[in-house]
Design a protein around this ligand. Structure first.
Ligand SMILES: *Cc1c(COP(=O)(O)O)cnc(C)c1O
Length: 389
């Protein structure tokens, strides 16, 4: 088995992808006009139970567009979890707004609703929620806080298409929800993104800014600064084929997650497994396990050991406030971090391979090696444990 590498992520392209891409090539509709753009947008909107979806060329531009079209600009503050992918903060930065970070809660790894209000100032415009690794965010308390303070809720749902919150689709829970279709995401267009919304005016503002803010009635006339964030028809052709089978793609991941739970059930004293909240149906973008805090295994050595067994894994994201450009000035030099939970989860967590091509045997092998490598590393000599600590 070690001659094969089990990838942490793989696209599954077993629908109409080839046929639809060939159609683009044969008809020469390969740029950002063509029927697949509309078809993909319609499928996404229908899937998320909202009237509008606006596709873009990646999941970072979709986030930027969602904020820009909401009027976020210089001096504004956007509240967001520190435990997320870098794009969440960068999107606010592109608007010349300031990302304001909030710690996460320890079970589902998303922004702790109880810590949000302390981060609100007169400059706050948006609360950006991030359903991390496919587990939805507890939106009701967050919507309540947002309503009370007159704030927008925009969701960076890049990792969570197909997840449900109290039976409702992620993508329908905020004023705008941004998705990514990068190659490792639940469905892919190679590179791609989208925003779903119920607000028609907001959707048309996003379409306007996406296409260089050209006046719809006057070609080459641009009344303000827009962007070229358009998706190509070729990418949308792949997306259309992917979205036609969205349920299948999500169900496969949920099946893989179930196998992981079955295989790792006896090791919950060592690993924290991603059990869903009572109100959540996760889509399991990544099956993420955390070492219990008393564990003494250096996470990166563990990743290396798994790699030597032919298993790719990933560390949980480094909290964004630890990156040089987002390090909060106020906390520098202070002894205690304002984000202890995020830092702890980030240091202890790894993503195991999660994609629709995995078999039950693959998952069994990954789990066997996950436990074996961890055990081997934790039984090392006491002095090496001390060095690691
Ligand atoms: C993948 C991802 C994005 C967008 O990434 P792109 O590579 O630009 O498509 C944004 N936020 C989060 C949390 C992500 O995981």
């Amino acid at each position: 088995m070690t001659d094969r590498i089990i990838r942490v992520a793989e696209p599954v392209l077993d629908g109409n992808e080839v046929a639809y891409v060939m159609d683009c090539l044969k008809t020469t509709w390969i740029s950002s006009r063509g029927s697949y753009i509309d078809r993909f947008e319609k499928l996404l909107a229908d899937y998320c139970d909202v009237p509008h979806a606006v596709v873009t060329n990646n999941g970072t531009t979709s986030l930027h567009l969602a904020l820009a079209a909401a009027g976020v600009s210089a001096g504004d503050e956007v509240i967001m979890p520190t435990l997320s992918y870098i794009a969440t903060a960068n999107a606010a930065h592109y608007c010349q707004a300031t990302p304001v970070f909030v710690d996460c809660e320890p079970e589902y790894l998303s922004m702790d609703p109880e810590k949000i209000e302390a981060a609100i100032t007169p400059r706050t415009r948006v609360i950006m929620t991030v359903p991390l690794y496919g587990h939805p965010v507890d939106m009701d308390p967050i919507r309540e806080i947002a309503d009370r303070h007159g704030l927008l809720v925009i969701e960076d749902a890049a990792e969570a298409i197909g997840a449900l919150y109290k039976g409702r689709k992620v993508g329908s829970l905020a004023q705008g929800s941004s998705f990514s279709f990068f190659g490792n995401k639940t469905i892919t267009t190679g590179e791609g993104g989208a925003i779903t919304t119920t607000d028609e005016q907001y959707a048309s503002r996003m379409r306007f800014l996406r296409g260089q803010a050209v006046d719809p009635a006057k070609n080459y006339w641009h009344p303000e600064v827009g962007y070229n964030y358009r998706m190509t028809n070729v990418a949308a052709a792949i997306g259309t084929a992917q979205a036609e089978r969205l349920d299948v793609h999500v169900r496969r991941r949920q099946q893989v997650a179930q196998w992981y739970f079955d295989e790792l059930r006896d090791y919950e004293d060592i690993f924290q497994l991603p059990h869903p909240a009572s109100w959540a149906t996760p889509s399991y973008w990544m099956f993420t396990i955390l070492m219990r805090s008393d564990a003494q295994v250096p996470r990166d050595e563990w990743i290396q050991a798994l790699s030597s067994k032919g298993i790719e894994s990933r560390p949980v994201f480094y909290p964004i406030h630890t990156m040089p450009m987002y390090r909060p000035q106020a906390s520098q030099g202070k002894l205690s971090s304002p984000f202890p939970v995020a830092e702890r989860c980030a240091a202890l967590g790894i993503n195991l391979p999660t994609h629709g091509n995995l078999t039950r045997d693959d998952v069994a092998y990954v789990c066997e090696q996950t436990v074996a490598t961890w055990t081997q590393l934790s039984n090392r000599k006491p002095q090496s444990r001390l060095r690691a600590a």
